[in-house]
Design a protein around this ligand. Structure first.
Ligand code: SAM
Length: 198
């Protein structure tokens, strides 16, 4: 398992696949243990690196992870199988904005780690699948140090993306339904929980 994790880190670097930073996944794995998290939904599987680590955090953590890129989805399936975690990880090949999840299952943890420009849409779509005492964790809120400095960025595309993350941070701060704590860990993480347990 440890070997496969290292292989995945090498593969990600070689093929330029963005995967979560070590400190951030360590934080999430601790959150899973401390909060007795069982059902996890991940938006953005890539090659399965974070899904595999989340599913290994405890004996009863189960992950559903969504990926829209076919090559990464295939690689993710392969890695999940190699780790022997196919009973704990369900990989869905679809755009997360088109997925229709069963309304019977609610999640203890939703981890948003897909297209940065769509964070708010993912949050609004998937909050209905979050348990009363669950949490939504979002990664990359510092976006390599660019967030908070969008006015100084010259590239139009990068500026637009960073502005979207800045808007998402404001959306979380001003949110009437959720309280959010921001952590300066890895590339910047947030943990959002329902204001009032419903
Ligand atoms: N969570 C992964 C990890 O740490 O190992 C990394 C995920 S990577 C940062 C983001 C992934 O989200 C990419 O592989 C991308 O193809 C996928 N993605 C982006 N937008 C998506 C969407 N709308 N639906 C599904 N997957 C999406």
């Amino acid at each position: 398992m440890k070997e496969l994790i290292l292989e995945m880190e090498d593969y990600a670097q070689e093929k330029n696949v963005p995967i979560i930073e070590k400190k951030s996944i360590a934080f999430i794995m601790k959150y899973i243990k401390d909060n007795n998290v069982k059902n996890i939904l991940e938006i953005g599987a890539a090659i399965g690196y974070s899904a595999i680590l989340m599913a290994s955090a405890t004996n009863d953590a189960f992950v559903t992870t969504i990926e829209r890129d076919e090559e990464r989805y295939m690689e993710c399936l392969k890695n999940v199988k190699k780790c022997g975690l196919d009973k704990k990880i369900n990989v869905v090949f679809q755009d997360a904005l088109d997925v229709n999840l069963s309304e019977d299952l609610k999640y203890d943890l939703i981890f948003i780690d897909a297209a940065k420009g769509q964070y708010e849409r993912f949050f609004e779509k998937y909050k209905y699948f979050l348990k009363e005492d669950g949490a939504i964790i979002t990664d990359n809120l510092k976006f390599h140090g660019y967030v908070g400095k969008s006015d100084k960025i010259e590239s139009k595309n990068l500026k637009g993306l960073v502005q979207k993350i800045e808007n998402y941070i404001d959306f979380l701060k001003e949110n009437e339904e959720f309280d959010t704590t921001f952590y300066d860990i890895g590339d910047g993480l947030s943990v959002s929980t329902w204001k009032d347990e419903k």
